[in-house]
Design a protein around this ligand. Sequence first.
Ligand SMILES: *[C@@H]1O[C@H](CO)[C@@H](O)[C@H](O)[C@H]1NC(C)=O
Ligand SMILES: *[C@@H]1O[C@H](CO)[C@@H](O)[C@H](O)[C@H]1NC(C)=O
Ligand SMILES: *[C@@H]1O[C@H](CO)[C@@H](O)[C@H](O)[C@H]1NC(C)=O
Ligand SMILES: *[C@@H]1O[C@H](CO)[C@@H](O)[C@H](O)[C@H]1NC(C)=O
Ligand SMILES: *[C@@H]1O[C@H](CO)[C@@H](O)[C@H](O)[C@H]1NC(C)=O
Ligand SMILES: *[C@@H]1O[C@H](CO)[C@@H](O)[C@H](O)[C@H]1NC(C)=O
Length: 380
Amino acid sequence: MSRALRSLVLLSAWLDIASAANIFVSHYQGTVQSLSLNQNGGRYTLTANGTVTLGGQPSWLTFDSANRILYVADETGYGTASIWSVAANINGGLTQTGKATAPLGSVHNVLYGDGYIASAHYQTSMVTTFKLPLTSSAQTLQKFALTMPGKGTIPSRQDAAHPHEVIVDPTGKFILVPDLGADLIRLYSINASTGMLTSCGQYTEVGGTGPRHGSWWNNSTLYIANELANTVHGFTVTYPASGCIALSRFQSITTMTGNKTAPTGTKVAEVRLKDNFLYAANRRDLTFNPNDSITAFSLDSAGDMTFQGITSSGGTYPRTFAINKAGDMIVIGDQTTANVVVVKRDTVTGALGPQIASMRIGTVGTAENDNGLSAVIWDE
Ligand SMILES: *[C@@H]1O[C@H](CO)[C@@H](O)[C@H](O)[C@H]1NC(C)=O
Ligand SMILES: *[C@@H]1O[C@H](CO)[C@@H](O)[C@H](O)[C@H]1NC(C)=O
Ligand SMILES: *[C@@H]1O[C@H](CO)[C@@H](O)[C@H](O)[C@H]1NC(C)=O
Ligand SMILES: *[C@@H]1O[C@H](CO)[C@@H](O)[C@H](O)[C@H]1NC(C)=O
Ligand SMILES: *[C@@H]1O[C@H](CO)[C@@H](O)[C@H](O)[C@H]1NC(C)=O
Ligand SMILES: *[C@@H]1O[C@H](CO)[C@@H](O)[C@H](O)[C@H]1NC(C)=O
């Protein structure tokens, strides 16, 4: 091999190592894209890779990494809504492989049991399940119509039950549903082989809390981000002999510096954990005006949260974010500014920053509307 050729081979091997990370991103205008995060001499760039146009209003991405299939929720609120499966080729290509008709207004989905998917339908107050794969003739396996007596403490937002997430517990035996409208965390037991869910209880929150999204530390500790109170609640989880799962709250903390109440208009969205650190996304808090923020908390050995710091989300309305497995980067999906932002994370101190890349995806959104960028996750 000539010296020049050998250098070229070495260079391309180095370039391969330098472009290790891929990201999936969904946009409310109807697309899912894959992005490559490349590093060259310490400089990071995001580049568009594959794209698939699904239509509707893709609102959430769940990745079955073993089979490289993305499951996409559809928040479409009028007419007909879908639930899609998309094959994510290792070379970055995306292809729709399945589509079923689903109830309107889905904001989240999760895989559970032996080949099932559950969805939370915010607008239509429902939890539904499907058996996989998603064929065109697939019907819902179960539909739970959620109700509440009258309106809640914040009537403008709590006019009806509004399930926001379907969370599988670490044992795989239960699904928990934060209901923003009813101030409940609804509890269901799972039959893994049949996919059937059975309602087995609920945890009642303080009026006006608005539980939205959760994240597990371990099988006895769960954190829930509350969109209306703009707090994070820590729960001790137990598994009573009666056969359900039980929650007991041990802490409530605001996401703002100095334990301050979040500014009016703030809507805490997402909560994620890595080791002994927890992060929450603040939409429209404008801490880094015009940008919003991500709050970091450290956890002590009992799971108590202590405010650690607040970092710019590098855009407006961070609806979702995800921490990579290595724990050295987080990717943020800013909805209204429709940009994907990658921020460094210190694996020892848990501190976030600096921002290393940002890329606009599709059209920007308008404040408080279901448009713009909806979700981001790592391809891993
Ligand atoms: C897309 O991602 C794949 C998988 O990492 C990579 O091999 C390919 O080079 C990427 N393409 C572009 C255009 O970045
Ligand atoms: C799941 O349902 C099947 C069929 O009804 C039943 O035989 C099985 O015992 C159930 N499993 C559990 C764990 O309840
Ligand atoms: C929770 O995790 C612990 C430690 O990994 C394990 O011993 C225990 O059985 C788990 N509890 C349940 C209900 O699975
Ligand atoms: C934070 O505020 C809450 C609610 O006002 C209060 O219960 C709690 O003690 C405060 N914590 C600290 C550390 O000041
Ligand atoms: C798991 O939860 C228990 C109880 O909340 C806590 O004491 C423990 O430190 C946690 N373990 C890990 C590894 O996070
Ligand atoms: C807001 O985020 C954008 C995009 O990441 C960045 O260019 C801008 O400097 C940020 N503005 C502030 C005030 O932090």
